[in-house]
Every structure is written in structure tokens, then in C-alpha cells.
Design a protein around this ligand. Sequence first.
Ligand SMILES: CSC[C@H]1O[C@H](OP(=O)(O)O)[C@H](O)[C@@H]1O
Length: 356
Amino acid sequence: MNEAETIRYHAAHDGRPAELDLLDQTKLPGTLTRLVCTTIDQTHDAIQRLVVRGAPAIGIAAAYGVTLTPVDAYASASLPEVQARYRQTIDHLATSRPTAVNLFWALDRMRAIVDGFAGEVAELREQLVTEAIRIHDDDRQMCRSIGRNGATLLAHCKSVMTHCNAGSLATSMWGTALAPMYHLHESGHTLEVFADETRPLLQGARLTAWELHQAGIPVTVCTDSMSGSLMRQGRVDAVIVGADRIAANGDVANKIGTYPLAVLAKYHNIPFYVAAPTNTFDAELESGDLIPIEQRNADEVSYPCGADSPRHTPEGVTVVNPAFDVTPAELVTAVITEKGVISGPDTTKVRAHLDA
Ligand SMILES: CSC[C@H]1O[C@H](OP(=O)(O)O)[C@H](O)[C@@H]1O
């Protein structure tokens, strides 16, 4: 088993509790260490601290987190009492982060198992474990398909730019935005990748650069402020990023800094692609203006190297730290999903794609 596998799960057995075993992404690239969660609160904290992160990955982790509900203490409880306990867990995990719709999509799948269950109490947890494993396996297939579908769009490129991390570390494996790079690399066409460092948490410099380098794909880290100049110098053939939530009209919420990248790509007439599974679409939201944007602790900006490092902003000065921004659909050349490609996304095309 790959020691760098983002998410592992060990079901309860022989009196040992179930374990959600996470690669601790807050420690990368310097240290490869894992964090094992056996409780709901540990899972909630791991998602909130970005130990596990990335829209699909936090959905998978939350699904496994539901199975950590301590129902053994309810051995004599009735089915309705146990179902209520699982619903409490689902509601609590739903408060861990607000923007990535995959979290709520995965929790809704787990809730459907709880609500639809009518057997023996002891069997409910087994059905929840099965559903969480299915969510994990489904994501592997979706990422593989996104890689195949995205490769057709990048096949003519020599170099691409990406932002944040939408690779294996953000999903079950392969990723969304990075999946086409892995697919092309496997078929002998290795792209040169510019990885935006992605302030303030540096997912690009710390995570994308790490996983692509491990895979033997040439990657160059650039600061977010370098992107425009690299495009102007003709060194970027395409931009491809992930997504945390896509509204019905094709507006895309993704890591902060994605919107200015899309504006720069438009100005330089460079294709701007978004790669995401269809469970990243929120068809209930008419536009991206309605997507909830996570506001994170200002200390992540003031102390970019951690709380014990020198402060980078003067005491008393206001600091803002929205974790995501929204890119209007008109700046998106195409959205790549496991089902295919939506070129020039708009409400009609998005709904047709989702319904196909
Ligand atoms: C494949 S989804 C990855 C998506 O999630 C990241 O956000 P975070 O690191 O805060 O979880 C970023 O927006 C990526 O594009």
C-alpha cells in the first residue's frame, strides 16, 4: 500500500475501534506522517485543520467519519435512537467546512443509508461502512475518467499552469486537475507544470510540487504574482484547476487566487480549464454569488510559516483570509468531468451534462 495514500480506513474488528488513517498534509513536504482518527471530533478537526483537504477527499473522510459514531454504547438502544445518533454525527461533520459541496454530497449519501435502514441495529454500521467504501471507490473511478477526458484537451500542450492542489492529495488518487497530467505522463507525453505556490497555505508549493515531483513530472513552483508574466512570456499553454463548488450557471468556487488567474488567462488568450467530478456541481445554486465562502483565521496570513514563526503583519492591522473565490463561467473555457467536457459552460449546458 502506498505510504503516501491520502486516506485509508480500517474497520472495527476484534474489539479494536475503526480507524480513519490520514496522511497529514499540514506536515508536507518535509515530513511524511499519518494521523489516525478514531472519533468524530478528531475527524472534524482533521478536516477543519486541512490535515485532509480537497473537495473530494474531505467528502470521503467525512463519510468514513460517520462510521466512527460510538454506537456500541447504545447496544440496548432502539433503532430510532441509533439512527438519531448517526444523524447527529452527520450534522456535526457538516459544520467542518462550508464551501466544498462534495462534503455535503457524501454526508447526504450516508444520511440516506441511515434514513432508509430497517434491519437489525448491529447491521446499520456495516451498511454505512460499505457506503463509505463505495464513495471512496467511486471517486477513484471518477478521477481516472477525468484524467482521460482532460488529456484530450491538454494533448497539444507543452506546459500547463495549475493553482493550489487538485491532485491525489485532494482526492482518492490521481486528482482532478492533475489527473490529465498523470494520464498523459503514463502514455509518454510529460507536460511541464507550473505550480502556483498558492498563498497563504501554499498548497501548490507544498503539495502539488511534492506529488508531481514524486511522480517524475517536471514541476516548477512560481509565486502567485508571477503567473501573469509567465503567460506574457508565452510559457503557459493552458491553465487547469480544480473546484470546490460549481453553480448551475457554471460559476466556479475554487482556492483563493483562481479568479485572477482566470482573468489573466482570458487576457492572454490561454485556455482556462476546470476539472471536477459531477458531485462538485450544486445545481440548487443559480450562480456563484450564492456559494458560501469559507473565511479562515487571519493568522494563516500573518504567520505563513506557523504560529511560532515571525509575524508578517503589524499588530492591530486588519487581515482578511477568504479561502476561496468565484470565477465567472464566462472566464471558463471548459469544465472537465468524469462524464466528458462542457465547453463554454452555461446553465443550459451544465444541466444537460448533469442530466445525461
Ligand atoms: C480536487 S478539489 C481540490 C480543491 O480543494 C482545495 O481547497 P482546500 O485545499 O482548501 O481544501 C482547492 O480549492 C482545490 O482546487
